[in-house]
Ligand binder design. Structure first.
Ligand code: ZN
Length: 691
């Protein structure tokens, strides 16, 4: 009788301490197609990190994104809801409803330390995904200037930022890392660019994979028990169906994403082939760490699949409003039901995915009775799911203004009578050659060449907001500020909730504002509208400050940039400008603080290094000044920086060898026909003669 009693006591004794929950690392790979990763069968991929992760855990062969757009897809991943239910239908002009519950909030409430490191401005905290994160590092304007106007940072920079905070994260923690490299433009760093000379997209993926490896190795060394979940947000068209990027279509090229889960209890090297979705990620993570399910999620926990069960998969919805909001075409909706995918478009489509994964054989063209019946069945299910879409878009998540925009673009009416009209994106995509030609002309500095293609396009497609924005840019670049103003006013009327249209309108007025009081006032009003929609829009503050500077009002410029700081903008360009303005008003302490802040955000900001060099020079700290100029020159190879460095070394430090090196650098950076070149050559000859 003795032993069973002991056993009973032992069984009844609770553990002395509640077990610490495992940590969770979520990595989202932007614009990453599953079929460009080695473990998904891409023979020519260089993705050893992801391949090893799949060998150590569970790989989902058919993971589906609900939208081909970064912000809507991420909002689905964190809320477990499809876009029509979380309300973020596009990257621009939408903000997540504060009532929608998010994964990070749930984990934080359960005692997790939460930290996020994102790589692109589209996931700026203003978009609403920062809720629940104690650390939300969206310091993205430090990246390669060739990429997206400084609106993104490279995987190496994001991983560096995360690693610098890793020791401070107390387990259990929830760490989200977002990597953006495979997004356009493809500018892979070496050695990846040379290794994949004709495949820059794959080179970006290889670089990102290597950086992910660096992160995961550091986590392994830290020894915490953790799950790693890696998911793509959407793929990339790469020319399939006529789409280079993503957003226009909902074909598998952009909707099928990688999804890999590893961690305690996940059998290594396993694969699930049935459909799963990004909406399942948040419910799965909560289930893995034994927390209650998400409120109102459309997705389901994949833990039963991880444990070996094979339940019948539900249907998965997809949508894109981008064709409608950007181009004035019909929006698209789709439903994946088992082997079939139905796309609701003006000309609907039906595909059988297992036999036709690239969706090249539309079963409704020509329509066979069996396919028509299957299509009608799935269309009925989709209609039933999305019947209340109008109500949700109109009443819950969207302001009155936004509703008017949507209805002006034909969306809300299209939602109540699905896809009744509008250009089918399959036809519309053929119009985009003219838009691309116009964009190229503006980029190459030939804005007049943009007019003809845009005129042709807008005659066929007057609701194309993107074409009107490019038209405004072309007009402004061609010196036709008044025409640009008229164009942007139209755009702002169609898309009043898009901060970009007000920003562009402000820039058009600013072009005339130097001697025109009315234009100056309108420019200010337009920038204010943009800031009301995007209160942390660093480029808007910078241009607004430049507007005041153009009116010779440096104090107003400074006040505008201080306002940015007060609004929570942490931006290296804003801090650098503040430093320059403080230097001009002889506030050296303020200037030093601002330049130092700029360098905290971006250690290679050349103008801030130069500013600190000038301050040091002013205090006769010549060695300090030379050191700053040398760093500035390393960050940005400019002849002017090299010349100043040479002059300080020669005249203030009597360092002739150092001066020679700097002037040689200056000469190398000076074009041969530049008037400065002979002078530099003479100087170098002098330095060589007298040691
Ligand atoms: Zn994305």
């Amino acid at each position: 009788m003795f032993a069973p009693l002991l056993l009973a006591v032992a069984l009844a004794t609770p553990p002395a301490e509640p077990p610490v929950r495992p940590s969770v690392i979520l990595v989202t790979l932007d614009t990453t197609r599953a079929d460009h990763i080695g473990c998904y069968g891409a023979a020519r991929a260089a993705t050893p990190t992801l391949d090893a992760l799949a060998r150590g855990g569970m790989r989902f062969e058919h993971a589906l994104s609900p939208a081909p757009l970064t912000l809507p897809a991420h909002a689905s991943l964190f809320s477990g809801r499809v876009p029509r239910r979380h309300g973020v239908r596009d990257n621009a002009g939408f903000r997540l409803d504060p009532e929608v519950p998010l994964l990070a909030e749930r984990l934080a409430a359960a005692g997790y330390t939460t930290a996020a490191f994102v790589s692109a401005a589209v996931l700026d905290r203003d978009a609403g995904l920062s809720r629940g994160f104690a650390i939300y590092d969206d310091n993205v304007r430090v990246g390669d200037p060739r990429a997206f106007d400084y609106q993104e940072r490279a995987a190496s920079q994001t991983v560096d930022a995360a690693l610098s905070r890793l020791d401070a994260l107390k387990p259990p923690y929830f760490l989200w890392i977002h990597l953006y490299d495979p997004h356009l433009p493809y500018v892979p760093p070496e050695p990846y660019a040379s290794r994949f000379p004709d495949r820059p997209y794959d080179a970006e993926i290889a670089f990102m994979d290597a950086q992910l490896g660096r992160l995961l190795n550091a986590l392994k060394r830290s020894g915490t028990t953790h799950y790693v979940v890696v998911a793509g947000d959407h793929g990339e068209g790469l020319g399939e169906h006529g789409e280079a990027g993503h957003g226009v279509f909902v074909y598998q090229a952009t909707q099928r994403v990688p999804l890999i889960v590893t961690g305690p209890g996940v059998a290594p090297g396993t694969t699930v082939t049935s459909n799963v979705g990004l909406v399942d990620v948040a419910p799965t993570i909560l289930d893995l760490v034994k927390l209650a399910a998400m409120d109102g999620a459309d997705g389901r926990s994949l833990v039963p699949l991880i444990r070996g069960a094979r339940p019948t998969p539900p249907d998965y919805e997809m949508e894109t409003l981008y064709p409608s909001l950007a181009y004035g075409w019909a929006p698209l909706r789709a439903l994946c039901a088992g082997a079939y995918k139905y796309i609701a478009a003006p000309r609907p489509e039906l595909y059988e995915l297992p036999t036709d994964p690239r969706e090249t054989r539309d079963l409704l063209q020509p329509k066979a009775p069996r396919a028509a019946a299957r299509a009608a069945e799935i269309a009925g299910a989709l209609d039933k799911l999305t019947r209340d879409d109008t109500r949700i878009v109109a009443a819950d998540n969207v302001s009155h203004e936004r509703r008017e925009t949507l209805s002006a673009l034909g969306y809300v009416s299209a939602a109540s009578a699905p896809q009744a009209g509008g250009i089918d994106p399959k036809d519309g995509v053929k119009l985009l050659a003219d838009l691309d030609a116009a964009r190229r002309a503006v980029q190459l500095g030939d804005p007049k060449d943009a007019m003809e293609p845009l005129k042709r396009l807008l005659a066929k497609n007057p609701g194309n907001v993107s074409a009107r924005l490019v038209l405004g840019q072309a007009q402004l670049a061609a010196g036709r500020a008044d025409d640009a103003i008229a164009t942007y006013r139209e755009v702002a009327a169609i898309a009043p909730n898009n901060a970009l249209s007000w920003f562009d309108l402000g820039n058009a007025y600013a072009a005339k504002a130097a001697n025109d009081d009315a234009a100056f006032a309108e420019a200010g009003r337009s920038y204010e509208r943009a800031l009301a929609l995007q209160p942390r829009g660093a480029p808007t503050y910078l241009n607004f400050a430049a507007l005041h500077a153009s009116r010779r009002d440096p104090e107003k410029a400074r006040q505008t940039l201080l306002r940015a700081r007060q609004a929570g903008v942490a931006d290296p360009a804003v801090e650098t400008e503040l430093g320059v303005l403080d230097m001009a008003r002889k506030d050296t302490a303020g200037a030093r603080a601002a330049f130092t802040r700029a360098l905290d955000l971006d250690p290679r900001r050349a103008e801030a290094l130069e500013g600190l060099g000038r301050l040091a020079y002013g205090e006769k700290d010549f060695a300090g000044a030379a050191a700053y100029y040398a760093r500035a020159l390393d960050a940005r190879p400019l002849a002017s920086l090299a010349k100043t460095l040479g002059a300080i070394r020669l005249y203030e430090m009597n360092d002739r060898a150092g001066a020679r090196a700097a002037f040689e650098r200056a000469l190398a950076l000076t074009p041969a026909d530049d008037p400065d070149a002979p002078e530099l050559r003479d100087l170098l000859a002098d330095l060589q003669r007298s040691p």
